[in-house]
Design a protein around this ligand. Sequence first.
Ligand SMILES: Cc1cc2nc3c(=O)[nH]c(=O)nc-3n(C[C@H](O)[C@H](O)[C@H](O)COP(=O)(O)O)c2cc1C
Ligand code: SF4
Ligand code: SF4
Length: 262
Amino acid sequence: MVIYFSGTGNSLAIARAIAEATKDQVLPLVEAVRQDLSKEKRIGLVYPSYDFNAPPAVRNLVPRLKLNPQAYVFIIIPCGAQAGNSSWTVRKLLQQKGIEVAYIHKIRVPDNSAIVFGRNPNDQKWKFERFSKRLETILSDIRAERRAHHYSWWSPLAWIMGTERMQQWMIRTFRPSVNAEKCIGCGICTRVCPMRNIALTDRETPNDRSAEVAAIGPHCTACLACLHACPQQAIETGNNPTLKERQYRHPQIKTTDLFLRK
Ligand SMILES: Cc1cc2nc3c(=O)[nH]c(=O)nc-3n(C[C@H](O)[C@H](O)[C@H](O)COP(=O)(O)O)c2cc1C
Ligand code: SF4
Ligand code: SF4
């Protein structure tokens, strides 16, 4: 089983490639915690690096997974540049459950958080040139059930930026908001949010576009899935209006692929 957490599809594309190579299945993390996976002989975790650490949602949910201690367990981290402690922290959480991680690798992909700074994630497509080569290595290692930890946790910046407090600050700072004027109540953001943290609510004053408007709840992990998926560019962060050409999704992944079950 290849378990993923993905905002803009990089992790899902990698999880699918691994599952295809190993004739396995993929499962979103929020659904994996509801299943008994203790008979699975191979378990993969694919999730992005957030602020040099694993996303808080991943750190919260991983301890709830029901896994087989004898399974071959691997972690793959797609990241913009530096994965920091992203695998190290989850490896420790799994160790506390008696599970040893056999294989760890990071892989660089366009950085979906570039949009926060007014930059265009689509300008980093060059990263895909190296991506395929790196993915081939990872697939062959996992097929052969090799054991190796390719960490990148040494950076002092990672230890400062990857702390819980700093990560919470980053989430508070970059948490997106809905521009009610632009929202048409289509509900796409409610389906892609990996935290199931967006709901449609009745507008106080329905307008000619919609009777409902999206409302972001308290469990935001600032993954920006909603911001990148909104067809109206109605979800914004910081002081930058969201531009269509800066919205990012892994080229092999459709918006509907990121939908969670209702
Ligand atoms: C809140 C947030 C923080 C991020 N922090 C980092 C980081 O510290 N280092 C890094 O290399 N990339 C960082 N990124 C980029 C993501 O790791 C990268 O775009 C990843 O491929 C996204 O995966 P996804 O498409 O499956 O959501 C961050 C992205 C977000 C949304
Ligand atoms: S995806 Fe955009 S337009 Fe659709 S409900 Fe969400 S915020 Fe509104
Ligand atoms: S509300 Fe948006 S940014 Fe926050 S967790 Fe959900 S999809 Fe991610």
